[in-house]
Write a protein that binds this ligand. Structure first.
Ligand SMILES: Nc1ncnc2c1ncn2[C@@H]1O[C@H](COP(=O)(O)OS(=O)(=O)O)[C@@H](OP(=O)(O)O)[C@H]1O
Length: 277
């Protein structure tokens, strides 16, 4: 850190500060896209890696000074941000973040909970297949073969029960301090979501349609960063092809999540149409 702090590229007033805004999750909902898109804003500096400071005990024990060192250089007037999707489901993260800074701004990006389960499965499947390990079909994981009901012991299902995790954050932070980003919408219309985020963060309106280019090969928006001629897409681990669920299993998941989704809408005051699809 000492070396980079004295690098010649550095503006004289630059230093590392604790984040004033954190993307707390949710895993597989577009957290990387959200952070990278925000990183195009001149008033926002983003940590390159997931820090996992508040959810991993061994990291938390390293202390806030270690955490600060993981942050990028920034100038006064710029916001520092990091994203660690596991914070959302961590029992300890809300209290730990609150004791760092009770005024920190929190962002949570959510997508249809069934799509999120499939995305989570696809990630594990892809990793296992690359190691030549055997893979179980998704239907065998999301449904308990004994009871025929949705398998609550399958972690991707538990993560998608948003209200149970959300409730922990509500015990530590006022509602207005957490902004919810629609991850399904961010895939098809990133700018509309980011304009709302800029407003929430209190940075000047900067991002425009010029910053986003739809890439027909990737089927996702890529970034046109200020001052760069070429577009920049997220890595190939983002935007994987999902398996198609058997209709009976899909219906079972829909029936299961309907109640949980409604509880989330009530608790958060934000309604999505996840049950329509
Ligand atoms: N612009 C753009 N480019 C590529 N991918 C995009 C984009 N916007 C959102 N997404 C969706 O982000 C999903 C991955 O979510 P995360 O970044 O939160 O995953 S992770 O938890 O950090 O592993 C990833 O999920 P999969 O499609 O299952 O790979 C994407 O659907």
């Amino acid at each position: 850190a000492a070396l980079s702090e004295s690098s010649s590229e550095q503006a004289p007033d630059e230093r590392r500060v604790l984040p004033q805004a954190i993307v707390i999750g949710v895993r597989k909902c577009g957290t990387r896209a959200l952070l990278e898109f925000l990183g195009m804003h001149p008033q926002i500096k983003i940590a390159p890696d997931e820090v996992h400071f508040f959810d991993k005990d061994d990291r938390y024990e390293r202390g806030l000074e270690w955490y600060r060192q993981q942050m990028p250089m920034s100038s006064p007037g710029q916001l520092t941000m990091e994203k660690s999707p596991a914070y959302f489901i961590s029992p300890t993260a809300p209290g730990r973040i609150q004791s760092m800074n009770h005024t920190v701004k929190l962002l949570v990006i959510l997508r249809n909970p069934i799509t999120r389960v499939i995305s989570d499965y696809t990630q594990t499947f892809t990793k296992k297949r690359s190691r030549n390990e055997s893979c179980v079909p998704i239907e065998d994981l999301v449904i308990d073969s004994f009871s025929g009901e949705v398998n609550l012991r399958y972690k991707p299902i538990d993560i998608s029960i948003y209200h149970q995790h959300w409730a922990r954050w509500m015990m530590k932070f006022p509602r207005h301090q957490i902004h919810i980003v629609d991850g399904d919408r961010m895939i098809v219309d990133p700018l509309s979501e980011l304009i709302q985020v800029e407003r929430f963060l209190g940075v000047k309106p900067f991002l425009t349609t010029d910053n986003f280019m739809f890439n027909a090969t990737r089927h996702f928006y890529c970034m046109r960063k200020p001052g760069r001629a070429t577009e920049h897409c997220l890595g190939f681990s983002k935007g994987r092809t999902h398996p198609q669920l058997k209709p009976t299993v899909h219906q079972k998941l829909k029936d299961f999540f309907r109640l949980h989704n409604n509880l989330f809408y009530q608790l958060s005051g934000r309604e999505f149409h996840w049950d329509a699809t």
